[in-house]
Design a protein around this ligand. Structure first.
Ligand SMILES: CC(C)(COP(=O)(O)OP(=O)(O)OC[C@H]1O[C@@H](n2cnc3c(N)ncnc32)[C@H](O)[C@@H]1OP(=O)(O)O)[C@@H](O)C(=O)NCCC(=O)NCCS
Length: 202
């Protein structure tokens, strides 16, 4: 049975630099994924996932292993032909601050580029981490409506305090889409383009 693996499958020692295995997830990863994600969900940091949900979206997931134990995970979920979301990003407590989160985001960004996405976004409580990964904070309401479907079952639905962040992958394509969503793209000298939400007209 998939769920026979438990927290023992997670790492207990800090990760060794350079000893990380990154790959797309497989069905055998589901139990440790559930442990990792739902461990954080229990403290309200992430949305909980069921075995069914992870099975259904296993192809979205990538994993990082260290010493044979799950050190981190993340998923790239498509919303449109041009936009995707990074979700279920988590690094095991004992593996934090060793670059695992960065490697996972880089892998998901590379995957998004392979699929020719124009932009990826995330809802997060750690915007400073995402800023370091090249994301920019945007007005939550500017993101596509479909992105809110998970929110309907979130305990914080009425009082959401997550921050929306976006990273543009294809600036030229993004201009049209961002205008449609009420955002502008501008380029700071010597940096990647960044988004500035436009206050919606009543
Ligand atoms: C957020 C999280 C994924 C970061 O993973 P990590 O492996 O510890 O991060 P890294 O070691 O790769 O850090 C990369 C950079 O981000 C910084 N960073 C890491 N966590 C940060 C945080 N919470 N706030 C601000 N900066 C952070 C690091 O200092 C590092 O900066 P540097 O490159 O200047 O040295 C991890 O802390 C986690 O799983 N948190 C709990 C679950 C969660 O909040 N997930 C996000 C859901 S959207």
């Amino acid at each position: 049975m998939i769920s026979s693996l438990t927290a023992d499958a997670l790492i207990e020692q800090p990760v060794a630099a350079g000893a990380l295995e990154l790959r797309k997830a497989r069905m055998s990863d589901i139990a440790p994924l559930l442990d990792l994600i739902n461990g954080y969900a229990a403290s309200g940091i992430m949305l909980p996932r069921t075995e069914f949900e992870i099975s259904e979206s296993i192809r979205d997931f990538s994993v990082v292993y260290s010493g044979g134990k799950l050190a981190g995970c993340g998923a790239l979920h498509f919303y449109s032909p041009t936009v995707g979301e990074i979700r279920s990003l988590a690094v095991h407590e004992s593996a934090k601050t060793h670059g695992v989160g960065r490697r996972m985001v880089e892998m998901l960004v590379a995957e998004a580029c392979e699929y020719s996405l124009d932009a990826i976004f995330a809802f997060t409580y750690v915007p400073d981490f995402f800023r370091k990964m090249g994301f920019t904070e945007v007005e939550r309401g500017a993101l596509p409506l479909k992105a809110w479907k998970d929110c309907l079952r979130c305990p914080k639905f009425q009082a959401c305090d997550e921050i929306a962040v976006v990273r543009v992958l294809e600036p030229d394509h993004w201009v049209a889409a961002s205008q449609k969503w009420g955002m502008a793209v501008t380029s700071l000298e010597g940096t990647e383009p960044v988004l500035f939400p436009i206050v919606r007209q009543k």
